[in-house]
Write a protein that binds this ligand. Structure first.
Ligand SMILES: Nc1nc2c(c(=O)[nH]1)N[C@H]1C(S)=C(S)[C@@H](COP(=O)(O)OP(=O)(O)OC[C@H]3O[C@@H](n4cnc5c(=O)[nH]c(N)nc54)[C@H](O)[C@@H]3O)O[C@H]1N2
Ligand SMILES: Nc1nc2c(c(=O)[nH]1)N[C@H]1C(S)=C(S)[C@@H](COP(=O)(O)OP(=O)(O)OC[C@H]3O[C@@H](n4cnc5c(=O)[nH]c(N)nc54)[C@H](O)[C@@H]3O)O[C@H]1N2
Ligand code: SF4
Ligand SMILES: [Mo]
Length: 759
């Protein structure tokens, strides 16, 4: 697409030349490092190895790190430029308190006073309204130690059931489906099993932009003769090179998988031995999918019968395969069913638990995997234990040295917490590593909830859009300012190493949380002196759970270049491939490889349900949302990194020429998208790489450019994931250009004043 440079002028005028956002850009290029720190990228779940160049207390650059086997030195643009954020002038170096008389709404305050203020508000609210009037939001970009601490902090210190995390918006549909089918939630294989597979199936994952290193594995597989099947409403870069591309109608993946399984059954492309010996309930599924005839599937999914047959035949006849999916099938009001559909075609083929026979969801955030295992989910305790299970409660209560009766029960998902704020049940919120104002659907409702709170405290290193609603903002730590473990996309536990100290009054997040416990006078169980001490407790807490880390140590991670969980004892090397024949686990106890008492996997019916909001005469176009390569999530970090902004400065509306023509929309012109919730006006990008009934808008921007002003808050009933990938909209040429100038942009927030004002 040729976007005229002049169309972008308002953007460039407003933001200035890219490197201007960093304090000493010209200095950086000539500085010589005095230390090199091997660590990992702070952004996506692939967790590429990277070496940071450090001078004094400043990260000044990076070197590729070839010794980490996953990426072998390769990085995407975000990994290359991440080092620029640490010295950004917007970095929060003091605590801030709301001050309406200040031009930017906040003033700097002493850190200790800010902690006292948050603690006194927690006490006040809990004394008046009870413990559960306080809620906690947490994040999967945090290290596992911090995630563990947050779960313990909410339940033991605050005594509230209301904690949930941003992974709720991410991989929970896959997690729930994996637990239903396999009894455990982790990628079944390491990525090297992709290379050598006959067929690679990729559904709803834009790997070139969102998991770029995964592309390399797929290409290596293709070099060795693999056929590639891609299912996506857009011709993504990987789809351009696919052998079979199915341009699916958004929201119909369960139907597609059912249709493929039906073809497999009709042609007997099944592994009967595997089905008979290692699974249950295939019969029920056979009956269910019989309704998914080729005609019906093609009609519901909006793809040709020929392509469906081709995909089913390639998959059905293969002798080895790897199926990958991501949010494209998970961000739906029937996201769990979609994932079950994917798992069903894997299990019917019997191609799991062996070399080059694999299945995985592509995790999202840096610690998307580890962050969903150790108790910051509303219904979970460490080791992927269940907070409603009496034995699990008893075990964790002992470790936390509390009476089991004191341990709160399950809470609610993070969107339900917003509803509870509206209904007045939750009055105070503490948010760490979450930017719900931009990331949750129907964001007007979310903003109104944040403003309704009696008190909001945020811990962040930048002034996020959510933090702008806060009463107190506490300056937290960047990834390179702390150590700890994360679990990357393959289930490999790796070590993040500290490169620099947090600047000014900023502190490691775990220290801030412990300072709060001190100020609350509830320190029992919160006297950790380091992440290592937290990890040592976490190891014991996870012992015997499905996500067993008890045999993992920092030293073992260093020695082995990472340890795959489960790793149940000191002499255990870790588990690279799950579900291998003969493998053992704490639930099956030798009965079989899957995590159920009989050791068998479960076929579960994957029901097709239409999207929560279907198109109609008034809103005839499907809106789907997602990502671009140079921006990350709500953009608080990447919108501050000049070269990444330059790569994709503004959200664009991807629209097919046929639809554009019909609606009078032109390339590079301001275009309005309207849903039942709100409107957004952005520039159109007319491309042939999208279905003509669908538009795509990336969601990394706040305010009036935020895609989440448009999205619907419908959720999957099981996983509670929001349906970001489908809602109904109308699209028309904008009546006038949008006015963004008056909205407070993250990057326009001036550095907090340095003088310390008494609170
Ligand atoms: N550059 C970049 N990389 C990232 C991130 C980022 O923000 N930026 N975020 C990380 C995180 S947290 C995540 S969760 C992952 C997300 O990684 P992905 O899931 O790969 O990314 P998305 O863009 O959300 O959506 C993927 C694809 O789903 C397609 N899609 C939409 N609706 C449907 C549907 O109904 N069915 C099917 N089959 N496909 C559909 C979209 O066209 C899109 O190409 O990326 C991680 N990596
Ligand atoms: N429309 C639409 N909406 C979506 C999606 C979509 O595809 N479409 N995708 C969803 C998905 S998959 C995801 S994962 C969510 C992400 O949604 P969020 O988690 O809300 O997004 P982030 O940008 O990661 O916000 C995290 C905040 O924490 C801060 N932060 C990051 N690391 C740390 C840390 O270590 N310590 C501290 N103290 N702060 C930290 C960042 O500066 C940022 O302000 O968005 C979801 N929203
Ligand atoms: S964002 Fe992901 S793919 Fe890019 S360098 Fe970081 S970890 Fe690697
Ligand atoms: Mo995500």
């Amino acid at each position: 697409m040729a976007l005229e440079q002049s169309n972008l002028l308002p953007v460039i005028d407003r933001w200035g030349p890219s490197l201007a956002y960093n304090e000493k850009p010209s200095q950086d290029s000539i500085d010589v490092a005095d230390r090199m720190v091997d660590t990992h990228c702070c952004f996506c779940g692939q967790q590429c190895g990277i070496t940071l160049k450090v001078k004094e207390n400043r990260v000044i650059g990076f070197e590729p790190r070839y010794d980490f086997p996953f990426n072998e030195g390769m990085l995407c643009p975000k990994g290359v430029k991440r080092y620029l954020q640490g010295s950004h002038r917007d970095r929060l170096e003091t605590a801030l308190a709301r001050d309406e008389s200040s031009p930017d709404g906040f003033r700097s305050v002493e850190y200790d006073q800010a902690i006292e203020k948050v603690a006194s508000e927690i006490k006040r609210v809990q004394e008046k309204y009870g413990h559960s009037a306080v809620g906690v939001l947490s994040g999967a970009s945090l290290t596992t130690e911090k995630a563990y601490l947050m779960g313990k902090f909410a339940r033991v210190c605050l005594k509230t059931p209301y904690i949930d995390y941003n992974g709720r918006l991410c991989m929970v549909s896959a997690g729930a489906a994996n637990k239903k089918a396999f009894g455990v939630d982790r990628a079944a294989n390491a990525w090297d099993d992709i290379v050598g597979a006959d067929v690679v199936w990729i559904s709803g994952a834009n790997i070139a932009e969102c998991a770029p290193i995964t592309t390399n594995y797929v290409w290596q597989a293709r070099e060795m003769g693999a056929k590639i099947i891609v299912v996506d409403p857009r011709i993504t870069p990987i789809a351009r090179t696919a052998d079979v591309f199915l341009p699916i109608r958004p929201g119909t993946d369960a139907a597609l998988f059912n249709g493929v399984l039906q073809i497999m059954i009709e042609n007997d492309w099944l592994d009967h031995d595997f089905i008979n010996n290692h699974t249950v309930d295939f019969d029920k599924l056979v009956e269910h999918v019989s309704q998914w005839t080729l005609d019906r599937t093609a009609q519901v999914c909006g793809v040709s019968k020929k392509k469906l047959m081709q995909a089913a035949e390639l998959w059905g006849k293969a002798s080895s395969s790897f199926l990958l999916h991501a949010r494209g099938i998970e961000h739906h009001s029937n996201g769990v069913e979609n994932c079950l559909g994917a798992i069903n075609i894997v299990m019917a083929s019997g191609r799991i638990g062996r070399k080059n026979c694999g299945y995985a969801t592509i995790t999202g955030q840096a610690n998307g995997q580890g962050g969903r295992e150790h108790g910051q989910k509303c219904d979970q305790l460490p080791g992927a234990r269940d907070i409603s299970n009496p034995e699990h409660r008893e075990y964790i209560s002992k470790i936390w040295e509390i009476d089991e009766a004191e341990l709160p029960g399950p809470g609610v998902d993070c969107y339900e917490m917003m509803r509870k704020i509206h209904s007045g049940e939750i009055k105070l919120l503490l948010s760490l590593c979450f930017n719900p104002k931009v990331s949750l659907p129907d964001s007007e409702y979310v903003g109104a909830a944040l403003d309704k709170l009696q008190f909001l405290a945020c811990i962040d290193f930048f002034m996020s859009e959510t933090a702008r609603h806060a009463d107190v903002v506490l300056p937290g730590s960047l990834q390179e300012e702390d150590e700890g473990v994360v679990t990357q996309i393959e289930g490999r536990v790796i070590k993040i190493n500290k490169a620099v100290e947090p600047p000014g009054d900023a502190k490691q997040d775990w220290k801030i949380i412990q300072d709060l416990t001190k100020a609350l006078g509830r320190t029992q169980g919160f006297s950790f002196n380091s992440p290592r001490e937290i990890f040592d407790e976490l190891r014991i807490a996870s012992k015997g759970g499905t996500a067993d880390y008890s045999g993992i140590t920092y030293e073992k991670i260093d020695a082995q270049g990472g340890v795959f969980w489960p790793c149940p004892s000191d002499d255990h090397p870790g588990t690279r491939r799950m579900f291998e024949p003969g493998s053992n686990n704490p639930i099956a106890k030798g009965a079989g490889p899957f995590y159920f008492p009989d050791g068998k996997a479960r076929f579960c019916i994957s029901e097709h349900r239409p999207p929560a909001e279907e198109t109609d005469e008034e809103f005839p176009v499907i809106l789907t949302t997602g990502r671009v390569v140079s921006q990350f999530l709500t953009g608080t970090q990447t919108r501050r990194i000049g070269p990444l902004v330059d790569q994709y400065p503004e959200p664009l509306i991807e629209i097919h020429p046929v639809l554009a023509e019909k609606l009078g929309v032109k390339d590079g012109q301001w275009t309005t998208v309207e849903t039942r919730r709100n409107t957004v006006t952005l520039m159109a990008q007319v491309v042939k790489t999208i279905r003509p009934d669908t538009i795509f808008v990336p969601y990394h921007w706040p305010g009036k450019r935020s895609a989440n002003r448009l999205t619907i808050s419908a959720q999957d009933p099981i996983s509670k994931i929001p349906a970001y990938k489908v809602c109904a909209c109308k699209v028309y040429p904008a009546k006038e250009p949008p006015h963004y100038e008056n909205e407070v942009e993250a990057r326009e927030h001036p550095k907090p004043k340095l003088e310390i004002i008494q609170m």
